[in-house]
Design a protein around this ligand. Sequence first.
Ligand SMILES: [Zn+2]
Length: 571
Amino acid sequence: MAYDLLIKGGRIYDGSGLPSFLGDVAINQGRIVETGRINADADRVVDADGLAVSPGFIDFHTHLDAQLLWDPIATSSCFHGVTTVIPGNCGLALAPCKEQDQDSILRSFERVEAISLPALRAGVEWDWATFPQYLNRLRGRLGVNVAALMGHCALRQFVMGDAATERAATAAEISQMKEILKEGVRAGAIGFSTNQNPVHMFADGRPIPSRLATNEEIIELACALSEINKGVVQISRGSLGVSVPAVETVKLFEEISSKSGRPVIWQSIAHRWDKPNEWRELLNLAEESLAKGIQSYPLCNARLFNNRLTLKNAQVFDDLPTWKTLLFLPLEERIKAFRDPETRRKLRYEAVEEKKPSRFSRRWDLVYMIKAATPANKHLEKKSVAEIAKIRGQDVIDAFLDLSLEEGLDTEFQTSSTNGDEQAVAEIIRSPFVLVGQSDAGAHLIYDAGFGYATRLLGYWIREKKIMSLEEGVRKLTFMVASIFGLPDRGLVRPGMAADLVLFDPATVRECEPEMVSDLPGGEKRLIQKANGIEMTIVNGQVLVAKGEHTGALPGAVLGGGNGSSLQAAA
Ligand SMILES: [Zn+2]
């Protein structure tokens, strides 16, 4: 046979942004060998008539570090056409890690990424200490490709022990971290991630280790990457412009990139109700950095940030001190506090009257009751708290708290604090230098499921809202990501490139509503998300998913080193 796999008669969106064209794609030994009109035999021929054929999507912001150990195909990402995932974001990673720090490292994911601790404890079988060992643990057992970042929290904990959550690092500790980082990147990490988000903490309220890092420490670590001329820096400081003016923070991102010469990917540009024009200022600042030739790229999300919450388990109020304190109280005390009129006065002030910036929008017309815990309140489902308050003849805070109290704090609500203004979001997504995708796949398991950022972009924003061409959308999901993150043999449909492909129907592609399942280790719950219109996900020339079903193949590889020199064998 001439080829292993031949995809016939699709419309090829090659990832470059150039006009799409009708043609075939031939694959041998994991690589694309020809495109055009191909008349030859193949072991398998796929009819792609009516379908788009594009490079596989690269989900560059995931927290799948642990999930990949028990779920090598990275559900639900693979169902949305994702062929490569990047774990290790936001400073969090499972390596390097000494034996005595294992539980602390698991706990760093517990609240920040809202991954159930029992599931982590049941699912993570530690048989590594170093980052190269962690990558070896993944190799040969992957359905999707993995290009991993080294997390600053793990690095600090490894070098400093428990002092990592207490103080700045000494010069000696920083130089030790630099050596370990370089070793990891040489072995296949694609860079490092750090996180100074002021609300990122352990479940007991202690800060995660990377929050204690000074700017000098971060710049030093970035410069370790420049010594080997490899790797990117991913950085999150939380909601920009809350404690420090946004312009100062964006200048810091610029400084990290200009001093190290490495690409910086920073978080993020979004529309916020409390600062409705800030996104435009951030876009301008990003453009100024790039105009100077500095590789400092913002990212954005193609969807609303939905947050599900009950008063048993909620993080949306973390910026409001009284709310936050109450939500950390034992249940009995919490219920008592919610009943107390004086406490309610404070809660009302913070969540209705106060003007201080907060991730909670204070828009009670945007907080929806999605699931009643008692049949008596079923009729209130899908109504906003503002509407429910009118029906009950109460103010919003009394309505919200009383309803929850009546139902033992099990009433489920949903709200979105960011990306509510569609015009603003469309402009952010359209910007040619903003990366699209902040899926947080593998995280916030019971609050939200963001696996479908790519299908959202293709279905909602491109097909329905027509905010950009399909060619441009595909470029943003593929070539742009591969180029910035240093994966040079990914992200294009061209001879010589790795055969990571997705076949989708542009007329039907979209993300589905998240569904709650109990498929985590230990039977823990999480939200999953399926897709419509994704016909086939192909990884390194093998079909991983066809019509939403895993084929059983495990063709994924660990990519990396930041040089992407060659396709690394899965075995
Ligand atoms: Zn993250």
